[in-house]
Design a binder for this molecule. Sequence first.
Ligand SMILES: [Zn+2]
Length: 472
Amino acid sequence: MGKFMTAVRAATWSLGISILFCMELFAQSTNPADLIISGGTVVTMDASRSIQQNASVVIQNDTIVAVGPRAEVESRYKAKQTIDASGTLVLPGFVNGHTHVPMTLFRGLHDDVTLNDWLYKYIFPAEAKNVNEEFVRWGTRLAAAEQIRSGVTTFADMYYFEDAVAEETKAAGMRGVLGETFIDFPAPDNKSEAEMLAYTERFLKKWQGDALIHAAPAPHSIYTCSKKTIQDASTLARKYHAPLLMHVSEMKKEWADSKKQHGMSPVQYLDSIGVLDQDLVAAHCIFVDEADRKLLAQRRVGCVHNPSSNMMIASGVSPVPEMRAAGIAVGLGTDGPAGSNNDLDLMEEIDLAAKLAKITKLDPLALNAKAVVEMATIDGARALHMEKEIGSLEPGKKADLILIGLDEPNAVPMYDIYVQIAYSLKASDVKTVVIGGRFVMRDRKLLTIDEPRVLAKAREYQKSVSVSLGMQ
Ligand SMILES: [Zn+2]
C-alpha cells in the first residue's frame, strides 16, 4: 500500500511537472520578439567563450533575450522580422576604446613628423582656425560612417564641442562614451576652466539616462592639466556617475617629467591626487611598471591599448600581456584618426595588437588571436566599465552585433574562428551592423548616415582647412 501511494504520488508529481513544462512551452512559444538573427555562427564572447554553430540571436526592443540553437530558440519566439545569418559570423559589435572622431577632417593633414611638430606646427593652429560646432558635427558623421563600416558599435571619444558629437552619434544610432575635454589652455569651445566645468555639467545633465550616450569629462592628460583641473573633472564625473576619460602615461617625457616634478610615475601621481579609481578609462598606459600595473588592477582602472598610434608616433609599446596578467581590463582603440593612425578601422588594431606584442617580445606566443578578439569586445567593454551592458552576446545585454561575411577570398578556408577574425578578415567583410536592436548597416548599405553628402562635405573641408593653413 505504501509503495502504491508512493507510486501514485510520483505519477501525480511527474504529471504536474509535465503540465507545468507544457504550459511553459506554450507560454514560451508565444513570446514576441522584434528581430531574430537566424542561423549564423555565433561567437558569443560570454564567460565560457562559447561559439555556437547554426544558432540564433533573439532581440526584443534594444536587448538580447535569447541566444542558442536555431531550432530550439526559434520554436520559442515569434519575431516581427527574421534575417538569415547563415554563412556568416555573428559577433558582439567592436568597442573602439579611444579616439577623437571630429579629427577625421584632419586625416593625413601632416604626417611623418615628430609629435611635437605635428601638435604645435599643424594641429593646434589647424584647430584654432577651423574647429567649431559645425566642423565637429561633420567630422563625427564621417567617423560614424567609417566606424560602422568596420563593425564598431561603441566608441569612446575625447574632443571639444562634445555635446555636438553626442547629438551626431545618437543620430547615427551608435553607442558612445563621449568625453568633453578639459585642458589648461583656451580650447576651441571653452576658453577657461570655469567655462569647461559649466559646459561639461550641462552636458552630463542633458544625457543622464540616455540609452546610447554616456557623457563624460575628459581631462586631456597630466601634462596639459593641473592637479586642480583633473580633480575638478573627477569630482564632476563622480557627481553624475560618469566615467573619466584621460590619456595616461602615453609619452616617455610625460613619465620623466612626472618623476621629476612629483617624485612618482603618472599612475602613482593620479592615485596620490585621488582620481585613480574604477571610473577611470586610461588611454595608452605605455610607461607602466609592475607597481603601476598592480595599482591599476587594484583600483579597477580600464586601460585602452592603441597599437597603430603607438607605432605611428613611435611613442613606445604598452606592456599588454603583463597588464592582462595583472588582471587589468585592457581594451583596444584606434586613437587618431589624424596624425596617429589615420583611420578608425578597429579590425586593423585587433591584428596589430597581436603582432606588435609578438615582435616586441620576439615571442609568437606573447598575445594570441583569442586574446585580441577579447580586447575588441568583452574586455573593451570592461575597460569602459560597460561589461554589464555590452561586449558579449547574452540575454540581458544590449543588442549590439555585427555579421561578418565569409565569402571573400581572404575568408577561406577557416580552421580557427579567432585566428580568422584576428589575422584574415577585414573591415570590408563586415556586412551588417545592429546597435541597440536597430539596423545601422545592412548588406554594406549605411542606413542612418547620408554617406555621399558626408563624403562631399569632407572634401570641402579639405579645401578650407588647406586654405586656412596657407597650404593652397
Ligand atoms: Zn588620444
